[in-house]
Design a protein. Sequence first.
Length: 660
Amino acid sequence: MTSALEITLLLLVAAVLGVVIFRIMHLPPMLGYLAVGVLIGPHALGLASNTTVVHTLAEFGVVFLMFSIGLEFSLPKLKSMRRNVFGLGLAQVMLTIALTMLGGAAMAQLLPQHFSLNWSAAFALGGALSMSSTAIVLKLLTERLEMESEHGRRITAILLFQDLAVVPLLILVPALASAGGDIVDDLLKAAAKAVFVLALLLTFGQVLLRRWFRIVVQRRSHELFMLNLLLITLGAAWITELAGLSLALGAFIAGMLISETEYRLQVEEDIKPFRDVLLGLFFITVGMMLDMALVINNLPLVLAMLVIPVLLKFALIAVLARLFGASAGVAIRTGLGLAQGGEFGFVLLSQAGGLGLVDSGLVQLILAAMVLSMLATPFLIANADRIVLRLSRNEWMQQSLALTRIASRTMSEERHVIIAGFGRSGQSLARLLEEEKIPYHALDLDPERVTEAQAAGAQVSYGDATRRESLMAAGIHRAAALVITYADTHAALKTLHFANELAPALPAIVRSVDDDDIDKLRAGGADEVVPERIEGSLMLASHALLLMGVPLRRVVHRVQDARSERYASLRGYFHGIDDAADDDVRLQVRLHSVALRDKAAAIGRTFDALGLSELGAEVTAVRRGKSRIPFSPDTRLEAGDVVVLRGTAEAVERAEQRLL
């Protein structure tokens, strides 16, 4: 196929079919993309080739992934990780290269007829093998909600250093292949450019981004917001590429800078479609690289090149993580997450083969082994807990001991409340429950907080409420209610999922920051969702009404009505310029007034005929003259009427266009 349209259609059809089949088999969609790439690639059916256009689009998938990861970071957080980034990450890359060079020298001595690698070729291979798959690993960690776990932070730190290490490696490999050239001079120039660009982005980027985003947001155009987002992401990637750094690193920095602004949530929602589609294309291109005929014809050698490097890399990273203070379980999970080959490893391997440092046949065999290691990664990470329990007796003992402690504290409790998260909200709830003599048991992942609270007599244990075992140990089958106090929608949904499996009839109450995720959490199994901002406004209004002489019974009745209707009448508010700067989330419910001037399309028509509800907008009030009028689907609009709409920004904009 030569037409760009034909190739695109083929990739879309193959991707859809592959993901559907793998979803039916309850396997990760990523494996579907990889399998599709193998099937339609030049080494199998030959329906598609890894063209420059396809490769470029696939690379954008990694760019948008790193941008999304950057949104979860901040400068203070990155500074707190510097020991793992520049300590653990540096040690991993350097030792992998050193061990590869030693192994190459040993094999050249033992089997000179099969291995003739010189030290420069072994260095290039070591650099390629030191890389891990940023795209696959970070996507899996994100899906498993493990980005903030101890092993997740260590894995991310090492991957960040690997991205940085690509720059000097891409300079060193060609220099080693040529007789001349000043390697030190080239490295110093590259380092100077890298430091200058990174300092420029980190120093001035945030101030400029905040001001520019405010200008864009005030235009109230979702289309403009999206264009601006793409411009910043790809622009930052282009700047770092000019400096000799990777595209992904620039995108990561852009995401990290935006994470410091108030637009993070909106950006995170808007970038998802681009990230997921282009990442799928990236995984397809990885699958295209695998030559199954080569694998079958050299199966023992390919398997050896797969198993030995993966095991050695796993052992090296696990040992290094232990030396840097990780527990045995965290060290093993870190090693399992990074044992595979990576996309930058392909770049270094192709460069070494093109320069003649490594024989082309050997390059193909190593490439096949690296692709197979990436195919195995989802299975390794999915079964990490089982592997850890088999390899680390201490980990098994620690988990068993933690669950036993939870179970022993809740064994005698019946009809108690399980509190997921023992932060400020959880502790306030616990105090009120104690005063009412209602038993409770809290689960929290902050060991210092748990230790202090236990010393004060609180019924709290160290445990992860997003794990099935922790909920079972907390006595979820005997509990009267579950209260999730952390305002993390993803973690809350995971907890609700297991709670519904274990105790479907158990009432669940969930805390959220605003009303954006009420419907999502209720669909996930929450009986009640408590949005902080709306509840705060209810309390503020209650005190104001009491001060104005409204009877307490009427105030309580109004508050109860608002809660019984799931805050429907309070959802949404009129946005201004300051609100656009603070929380302009396109999916947030808002209010908007539309004045019907002369010749407006809605004049003389009824709400039923206009069909505004079909657009996702709801009419909350109609003002005619100086007063609000009762309205119904049969109300006929007149010139001068003001219609108050409620809905998301997109729904309100569509409804306004229909009215005018």
